[in-house]
Each structure stands twice: as structure tokens, then as C-alpha cells.
Ligand binder design. Structure first.
Ligand code: HEM
Length: 234
């Protein structure tokens, strides 16, 4: 009788967060983003919150890499998104150092700090979700390029940090994550952290819709474009 091999950590992460990924993709804020229907202000507000999250996480990923060989091999300097988010925010005239966290962002940063204090290896579960989200972010960058007229570069750096290297960077990440010698408890902690991060991004998406305006979701969307007078009667 053959015994089935235990799933790798990347197989577990993908399978055990699949329903949360589906929920993230269908949240109205994400749908507006991917359809290129988000107003520029709402996009810049989202970048501001992602900046606060990445700054908090990347600081602790560096700390973890200094004491954990697996993390040191996995976490690459090129994964660090804080500089790109700073560039994007500067493009929209926002000062990254004066952005206030929304409630969901504040709670997530507290969760990151708690992981660092009590179970630092769980930080790699957070890193998985944000690094993996680059797979979908590339499509969002294309939509915003068309919708907001943003050119590749500042304004879109966070959404497309690797350009043509996207698949190669993700495949290296998968290999490096699978090479880490987690014990059973650590594997569970990494998967639970990934689930928490997905949930937190869902909560943030809802906070962002609420922050658009008292009138809610409609105000997140771009105002309708004026009709070209030459199109009249067509
Ligand atoms: C409209 C929004 C989104 C779209 C269209 C989208 C699309 C995608 C696509 C096409 C992939 C690659 C699937 C594959 O090659 O197997 C992917 C993977 C992934 N996405 Fe998303 N995504 C979206 C939102 C998000 C969000 C909000 C997050 C989390 C913050 C996220 C996290 C991930 C992760 C972690 C993976 C890697 C899954 C794995 O292979 O382990 N995505 N996404």
C-alpha cells in the first residue's frame, strides 16, 4: 500500500486559502480595481494603506531574516515593496509619512507585531499572501493603465514590481518556501497567518469603500466620462 506524500507548504497555502482568495477577488473594491473603474483618489488611498502594511511587515521580515536561515533564503531584497509604494504615493502627491491607518490596517499591523513577538515564523504566511498577490496585481496594473492613463513606472510600480520577471520570481518564491524545514506546528502557524492576512485585506477593502464618501461604493468609482459630441446619433 502506498502512502500519499504530505502536501508541501505551498500546496497547503494555496488549497487552504482558496476560498479566501475567491472572496478577495469578488470584493467590490477589488472588482472596481481590476475593471479599472476605481477613481484615482480611491486608488491612491488604497496604496497608502498598503504602504503602511508593507512597511510594518518588511521591517519584521528583515528582523526575522537576521535570525532564521530559511527566511533569509526566502525573503529577497527585491520583494521589498516599501520603496515602490513611496514612489507611487509621491506620484499622486501624497506624503507617505503622514498617512493615517484605517481600522483594518491598524489591526493588521498589531497582528504583525504580535506574530513577531510570539511566533515570528508566521510572518512568512503574511509574506506569502502579499507576494502571491503580485500574480493578480499585474492584471490590475494593465486595467489602470487603460483606465487612468497611468504609464508603467511611478504610479504603477507596486502593482507590477517585476515586469517580465513575474513568473520567475514567483516560481523561485515557491521553491524557496518549500525548501524551508518547518516543523508541524510552524506549518500550521504559517497557514493560519496567511488566512488572517486574506481576512484583513477583505476588512481593509470594506473600510476603503466606506472611506470613499458617506455615499459609499458609488463614490469609489470614476465619474462617468463626458460623451464625445461627435459620437451623438451613432
Ligand atoms: C481582482 C483581484 C484579483 C485577481 C484578478 C487575482 C488573480 C490571481 C491570479 C490570476 C493568480 C495566479 C493563479 C495561478 O497562477 O495559479 C493569483 C494568485 C494569487 N493571488 Fe490573487 N487575485 C486577486 C486578488 C488578490 C488579493 C486581494 C490577494 C491578497 C492580498 C491575492 C493573493 C493571491 C495569492 C497569495 C496568490 C498565489 C496563490 C498560489 O498559487 O499559492 N489575490 N491571483
Amino acid at each position: 500500500m502506498s502512502i500519499a506524500a504530505a502536501p508541501s507548504i505551498m500546496e497547503r497555502l494555496k488549497a487552504e486559502t482558496a476560498d479566501l482568495h475567491a472572496a478577495a477577488e469578488t470584493h467590490e473594491f477589488q472588482k472596481n480595481l481590476v475593471k479599472g473603474e476605481l477613481a484615482q483618489d480611491a486608488y491612491a488611498r488604497w496604496l497608502g494603506q498598503m504602504f503602511l502594511i508593507h512597511r510594518a511587515l518588511e521591517r519584521r521580515l528583515r528582523d526575522l531574516s537576521a535570525k532564521h536561515a530559511g527566511a533569509a533564503a526566502l525573503v529577497r531584497e527585491r520583494h521589498m515593496q516599501e520603496p515602490y509604494l513611496r514612489e507611487d504615493l509621491a506620484h499622486f502627491g501624497a506624503d507617505p509619512d503622514s498617512i493615517a491607518p484605517l481600522d483594518a490596517t491598524r489591526r493588521l499591523i498589531e497582528r504583525i507585531e504580535r506574530a513577531w513577538m510570539t511566533d515570528p515564523v508566521a510572518l512568512l504566511g503574511f509574506h506569502y499572501v502579499l507576494e502571491g498577490s503580485n500574480n493578480g496585481n499585474k492584471f490590475i496594473a494593465k486595467a489602470l493603465h487603460r483606465a487612468l492613463g497611468l504609464q508603467p513606472g511611478p504610479g504603477l510600480r507596486y502593482l507590477d514590481p517585476y515586469g517580465d520577471d513575474q513568473r520567475a520570481v514567483w516560481s523561485q518564491f515557491r521553491e524557496d518556501m518549500n525548501a524551508i524545514d518547518f516543523d508541524a506546528r510552524e506549518r500550521d502557524a504559517v497557514v493560519e497567518a496567511a488566512k488572517d492576512l486574506f481576512r484583513a485585506i477583505g476588512e481593509l477593502s470594506s473600510d476603503l469603500v466606506a472611506a470613499c464618501a458617506p455615499s459609499g461604493a458609488a463614490a469609489c468609482a470614476q465619474p462617468p466620462r463626458p460623451r464625445c459630441p461627435h459620437a451623438a446619433g451613432r
